[in-house]
Design a protein around this ligand. Structure first.
Ligand code: 13P
Length: 212
């Protein structure tokens, strides 16, 4: 049950957590949850995630009409696209956290999974991380591309921008996002050293034990 009052408070608390952990800075990033009636709560555009106010959070119909609250995030199109494509998704986190954004600025030869499966928790929480080609923030063409990729992926990385992670609850989406940022950090920490990512059969075993 996604009770609206409780969900508004959770968005405020998660915003504070992400800001305090320095995963969100300035007014970058946006969070959303889907309520039981299909409407969406999303952070207002240009708001700092560290200082959200529950009653000002934007409430949208599933088609994107503003029901109440401040003007919604300019990225609400891609939030709606993910919800449409992934019925089990109840929350979305999009941030511009340093290490993940750094990965999004690298040249990638293959784009269907741009981080190696370094740890079991990355595989469990994040899964594959496809790269979505660059679009201007707020561009509706970005939402079309996100829609396509989200059919088969709960996480993705927007080129020169940052990740989008969805989950069955706001906690799940936030924890998955944090896991992703830690893997991105490990990736740079390991640098040019020879690493031993998990093998295909190890990944398959994790996915069997922890289906998502
Ligand atoms: P909003 O302030 O409109 O949510 O945009 C921030 C952002 O992260 C753009 O990608």
């Amino acid at each position: 049950m996604n009770d609206e009052t409780e969900m508004r408070q959770k968005l405020v608390r998660m915003g504070t957590l992400l800001y305090t952990r320095q995963l969100a800075h300035g007014s970058a990033g946006n969070l959303s949850v889907r309520l039981d009636d299909g409407s969406i709560l999303i952070t207002p555009t240009n708001s700092s995630l560290g200082f959200l106010e529950a009653e000002r959070i934007s409430k949208l119909t599933p088609d994107g009409e503003l029901i109440s609250g401040d003007r919604p995030s300019k990225e609400y199109f891609f939030h709606l696209a993910v919800y449409e494509e992934r019925p089990a998704a109840q929350a979305i986190v999009h941030l511009h956290s340093t290490y993940s954004v750094a990965i999004s600025c690298l040249c990638h030869e293959q784009t269907d999974d741009v981080l190696p499966p370094l740890t079991a928790y990355h595989v469990m929480r994040v899964g594959k991380l496809p790269l979505v080609r660059y679009f201007r923030p707020g561009d509706r063409a970005l939402a079309d591309e996100v829609r396509k990729v989200s059919r088969d992926n709960r996480s993705m990385l927007l080129a020169n921008h940052g990740p989008i992670v969805s989950g069955a609850s706001i906690e799940e989406a936030v924890y998955a996002y944090e896991e992703l940022e830690e893997t991105a950090k490990l990736y740079f920490l390991l640098g040019d050293r020879k690493t031993s990512p998990l093998r295909a059969e190890e990944i398959a075993e994790i996915n069997r034990a922890f289906p998502n």
